[in-house]
Design a protein around this ligand. Structure first.
Ligand SMILES: C[S@@+](CC[C@H](N)C(=O)[O-])C[C@H]1O[C@@H](n2cnc3c(N)ncnc32)[C@H](O)[C@@H]1O
Length: 298
């Protein structure tokens, strides 16, 4: 065996990252993303911290780690997201489990958390009641409970897989004693009023689903994406029911698609809610609409 063959069999960590990144690009992953993904997969395959990888990029990759990496790389090249391959995703300050058939929570949704917390302001330490409609993995409710130490929450989803995932994440974060998960259609089964109602409902226009990236189209459940013909079906259904669910001075906050803020604000206005804040993501797109019951002028 020549030296170069031997080197091919046992690449260094840095070489393995470069090889995997190239393989991912060939599978259609964007070049800028491919390198980050390759690095994350190598770290998981070899159980390396960021620091260990940064300190010793030229260390050889052990054969069993190379095998695990090849397996991960094949899945990523078939456009499975890294978070699904690894079964975990960082959201807010938490490490959440990502379950099959449940929406993989997105960094965009952190804008909903930021906006909601900002509007809660000085009431952060009060015993607030939270309702999360369409909880999915439980990402939103876990993030809010992590910042609101005396709050209690109800998390609802129609999908049994989502309910199980949310319950697991709440337990993992240590919040099971402050939250209950209910399977149901939006707030249909609820009669209480809540101080905070949050939702990231499905909002993709049905006709646009076939054009979504394979990572989304093939791996996120249709129930989590499909917002009907104009993407607004779930907002209509939820907002029609809001007046009986929101406590006096209660806050409602929705994640919206980047061109939906005006339509959602208008649906809220028709039910007597005035927009208090439109939250923007880092790209400057309007991604959150937060509102309170409009005060009657007397
Ligand atoms: C876009 S996902 C949001 C998941 C999670 N809240 C997040 O932000 O990552 C929408 C969620 O709404 C749920 N859903 C769809 N229709 C529903 C309905 N009629 N009642 C309750 N939940 C529903 C889906 O199962 C999915 O988990």
């Amino acid at each position: 065996m020549t030296t170069s063959e031997a080197r091919e069999e046992t690449p260094t960590r840095a070489e393995a990252i470069a090889q995997v990144a190239k393989f991912l690009v060939a599978g259609g992953v964007e070049e800028a993303q491919a390198h980050d993904d390759a690095r994350a997969l190598l770290r998981a395959a070899a159980d390396l911290s960021r620091l260990e990888l940064a300190m010793r990029p030229q260390a050889p990759l052990a054969e069993e780690h190379a095998d695990a990496l090849s397996h991960y790389a094949a899945r990523r090249a078939a456009r499975e997201p890294v978070s699904r391959i690894l079964g975990e995703r960082g959201f807010w300050t938490l490490d959440l489990l990502v379950a099959p058939d449940v929406l993989d929570p997105r960094p965009d949704t952190e804008t909903l958390i930021e906006t909601t917390l900002d509007l809660i302001g000085e009431k952060r330490n009060e015993p607030l009641s939270i309702l999360d409609l369409g909880t999915g993995s439980g990402a939103i409710v876990c993030a809010l409970l992590s910042e609101l130490p005396r709050a209690r929450a109800v998390a609802v989803d129609l999908s049994p897989q989502a309910c199980a995932a949310a319950a697991n994440n709440l337990a993992r974060c240590g919040f099971s004693n402050r939250a209950s998960v209910m399977r149901g259609r939006w707030a249909e089964a609820l009669s209480a009023r809540f101080d905070i109602i949050v939702s990231n409902p499905p909002y993709v226009r049905a006709g646009e689903i076939p054009q979504l990236d394979p990572e989304v189209r093939l791996h996120d459940p249709a129930l989590a994406l499909d917002g009907g013909v104009d993407g607004l079906d779930c907002y209509r259904e939820i907002i029609d029911d809001l007046p009986r669910l929101v406590a006096d001075d209660g806050l409602v906050a929705f994640e919206v698609g980047s061109d939906q803020a005006v339509s959602v604000a208008s649906l809220l206005g028709a039910q007597g809610f005035g927009v208090e804040r439109v939250g923007r993501d880092l790209g400057g797109h309007e991604r959150v609409v937060a509102a309170r019951r409009a005060r009657s002028r007397s």
